[in-house]
Structures are given as structure tokens and as C-alpha cells.
Design a protein. Structure first.
Length: 155
């Protein structure tokens, strides 16, 4: 068990952590297109418990689409924060991106832009720590909107 950190009376706000774990992946048509990430859910729950014991306010999200993940980071910009912000993403992905549960990529640069001092002043001068665990997807398929064939989204 991790040592519990007592918050000082001077620091009324808790540091925040956002954990996003995607284990199941489907296309917009509902087809399963990437393998289930077994064990990832339990790992995320353990991380959530550990951060909670360190007095972080933790938001743990399961199977979020790319748009939902983007929205979660946007929401952090309107929340009160303590000393630190921790972000953990566990998902399939590719170079420079993580996949939402809808198999659509969210570019890491987009996340960093959302949380930049210009777009997210509440996190200015607060350390932001990112842990990104992504299983490199070999293939991600989705039905082509104009036909019955399939198109490849990721190599």
C-alpha cells in the first residue's frame, strides 16, 4: 500500500488525474475491428487506486471514442486543479496517436494543444505528466461509406 499524503489546509484543491482505458474496439457499423486488450481494465483500476491513495481526484473512463477523449481533455480546462495534472491513456494506437473505442485516431498533439497555456489557462504553470500505453495496431478496418468494400485506416 502506498503512503497516504495529507493535504495541507493551505491547499484546498486536489490534484487531478484522468485515466482513459480502451479495451473494446468497434467501427461505426458495430463491427469488432481490433482485438480486446485483456488485463488493461484491471491495470487502470490499480492505477486509479494508487493515485487516489496519493490524494488525487481520479476520473477513470472506459471505452471512450476519440471524440469523447478529446471532450474529456476539454473539460479538464474548466475544472479546479491542485498542484499537478496526471493523464494516463491505455489503448490501441499508432505513431503519434491513440485510438478511441470507435477505432478513430486522436492525435497526441491535439491533446497537448488542448492543454496548452493558451487554451487551458487553469493548468498554466502546473506540471502535467502523461503516461501513454498503446498497443500498436496492425490493422483497423471500417466500412467505406460509399460502397460495400472496406478501407484501411491504419497500416
Amino acid at each position: 500500500m502506498l503512503p497516504r499524503r495529507c493535504p495541507s489546509t493551505a491547499q484546498a484543491r486536489q490534484s487531478r488525474a484522468l485515466i482513459i482505458v480502451n479495451t473494446d474496439f468497434c467501427s461505426s457499423a458495430g463491427d469488432v475491428v481490433l482485438g480486446t486488450r485483456r488485463g488493461a481494465k484491471r491495470e487502470a483500476e490499480k492505477l486509479s487506486e494508487a493515485l487516489s491513495e496519493l490524494n488525487y481526484k481520479v476520473k477513470l473512463m472506459h471505452n471512450s471514442t476519440a471524440k469523447e477523449m478529446e471532450d474529456l481533455y476539454q473539460q479538464e480546462c474548466s475544472r479546479e486543479h491542485g498542484e499537478f495534472f496526471v493523464s494516463i491513456i491505455s489503448s490501441h494506437g499508432e505513431e503519434g496517436a491513440v485510438f478511441g473505442s470507435d477505432c478513430r485516431p486522436l492525435q497526441l498533439t491535439r491533446i497537448f494543444r488542448i492543454l496548452s497555456p493558451r487554451n487551458c489557462p487553469v493548468l498554466t504553470e502546473r506540471p502535467k505528466v502523461f503516461f501513454i500505453q498503446r498497443a500498436l495496431a496492425r490493422q483497423c478496418w471500417e466500412l467505406h461509406p460509399m460502397g460495400s468494400g472496406r478501407i484501411r485506416l491504419a497500416p
